[in-house]
Design a protein around this ligand. Structure first.
Ligand code: B1M
Length: 217
């Protein structure tokens, strides 16, 4: 097994200390930071995402894998900054106004990071104006909204209305999710994508940004 494969394996097992040590060793051996990121850390996290989607692993395993990913990233980040590694895209995420559920949203944020996104997590109880202000500030590609209560789901439409009012609807890819949300609700309010789980959200976000870039060029 190569050192890169070992990084991916240990990440999937949530072994933060091993991941950290192996990332350092890989750098010392002269392996470039981008390879360690793409083929070690991100590949490991995408595998965890796929297994989570198939119900082969559950929330605790995803959280420990994410902790291992963060441990590796802490070693890798200074090197990535030096070589000017661009993220796959930028995403703003939060749970909508009036809603304090954040476990699922946190998983989506983790998976997006695992897919190579720079993620700004606004937390819970987020006003439409706050999503938009942050998206404009960081030049986001994606705005992701989570809702767990049927009473807070309409908050998702409020952001879409606000984007339309400001003439900014086409600027952002709007993604929604959460237990009571579904595809027909997404269509009804004019969101771009509904995804049922965190792993699909990350895959869809990646594909959507790639698609948009290929159409723009
Ligand atoms: Co609340 N709660 N809760 N709660 N709570 C639910 C949602 C409820 C279904 C329970 C029930 O009655 N059976 C019910 C909602 C009923 C309804 O609206 N139809 C409910 C209620 C009523 C309430 C209160 C009103 C209770 C009260 O005070 N009377 C209150 C509301 C507070 C508020 O938000 N204003 C309340 C409070 C709480 C706690 C604070 C105690 C706690 C939240 C803790 C926290 O989040 N930090 C809590 C919890 C834990 C739950 C349940 C039990 C579990 C939710 C959860 O974390 N699931 C929940 C029952 C349930 O869902 N079975 C319930 C695990 C998580 C991983 O799944 O969030 O669905 P989920 O995320 C998934 C996907 O949905 C998706 O990916 C995730 C993982 O793959 N996903 C996205 C999520 N966001 C996405 C965004 C995307 C894409 C995918 O794109 C951007």
């Amino acid at each position: 097994m190569t050192i890169i494969e070992e990084i991916s394996e240990y990440l999937q097992k949530g072994r933060a200390k091993n991941v950290k040590a192996l990332v350092q060793q890989a750098l010392d051996e002269g392996i470039d930071a981008k390879t360690i990121l793409d083929e070690g850390l991100l590949s490991g996290m995408m595998t965890v995402g796929a297994r989570f989607k198939r119900n082969e692993v559950f929330v605790p395993e995803v959280l420990v894998a994410a902790r291992a990913m963060n441990a590796g990233m802490a070693i890798l980040e200074p090197r990535l900054v030096e070589i000017g590694n661009e993220p796959v895209g930028r995403a703003v995420i939060g749970t909508v106004k009036g809603d304090l559920h954040d476990i699922g949203k946190n998983l989506v944020a983790l998976m997006l990071k695992g897919a190579g996104f720079e993620v700004c997590d606004l937390g819970v109880d987020v006003e439409p104006e706050a999503y938009l202000a942050k998206a404009e500030e960081i030049g986001a590609d994606i705005i992701g909204m989570s809702a767990l209560l049927t009473t807070t789901m309409p908050g998702m439409k409020n952001l879409i209305d606000l984007l339309e009012e400001k003439g900014l609807r086409d600027k952002y890819i709007v993604m929604i999710g959460g237990a009571p949300v579904n595809e027909s609700f997404a269509q009804e309010i004019g969101a771009d994508y509904y995804t049922p789980d965190a792993a699909s959200a990350a895959e869809t976000a990646r594909d959507a940004v790639m698609n948009r870039r290929s159409h723009a060029s």
